[in-house]
Design a protein around this ligand. Sequence first.
Ligand code: SAH
Length: 263
Amino acid sequence: MSLGQVFETRRRIGRSTSRSIWSLVGAILLSMTQACNGSNGSADGPSQGHEDRDFAYERARMVQLQLESRGIHDERVLSAMRKVLRHRFAPDLDPVKAYEDRPHPIGNAQTISQPYIVALMSELAQVEPPCRVLEIGTGSGYQAAVLAEMGCEVYTIEIIDALADRSREILEAEGYGARVHGRFGDGYRGWPEEAPFDAVVVTAAAPRVPEPLLEQLRVGGRLVIPVGNLWQSLEVHLRTNEGFEREQISDVRFVPMMGEVRE
Ligand code: SAH
């Protein structure tokens, strides 16, 4: 695997051992069910006859085996990810594959993040309605849709115009047009007109933390950001009355943040 977010599950290894056994049992039972149903989830090309399905089964399975079993417990995150039609945000992909435990290419050398990473970042943001969230790196629009489904007003910036356009169309078609406000441009300087935010979520790896994004947090707000170059650390910066508290969460691998942050 090269680009994209390859996540190491180091963080939760200790307390997930017994859960892993149950999720393994679950995985075996579910794959037996899938085999009996004749699902063509392993097909290479786009599957036929899927157009009228909404893939609720694949989403339930994704939430149980990829998220809950790895310790994601925020019910708002879990229920949002059961609802958002992830396959619609990667329209060139076989819809069943969109629910796999990995990132996928979405064109322009970018990716739709692995479901676990979307869930982890959404949970780390610690937001509840009425929340205002800034996302840097709209990409497919999926992370923005999950935050909107959690009840937040989402402001999202994308530096590649083709992706900004396509994600806007998909977000509108999926019913998130009113709650997700998209903009084409470099997210380095954030969206000061709409600040302060309860959370800022950066979905591309920055060699350093952009100062303007910290400034646009309210007190008590959190910046969730992968920091580094080839190998990166997912960090949370909490704004307090006195300044900022930084927490390192885990090793991650994201596509690089471009633009002014590289200057
Ligand atoms: N959140 C996305 C994942 C996107 S991958 C999803 O759910 O699908 C990272 C995205 O960040 C890419 O689309 C990339 O073009 C964008 N990006 C990189 N640098 C950026 C910058 N400086 N400002 C805004 N977007 C940026």
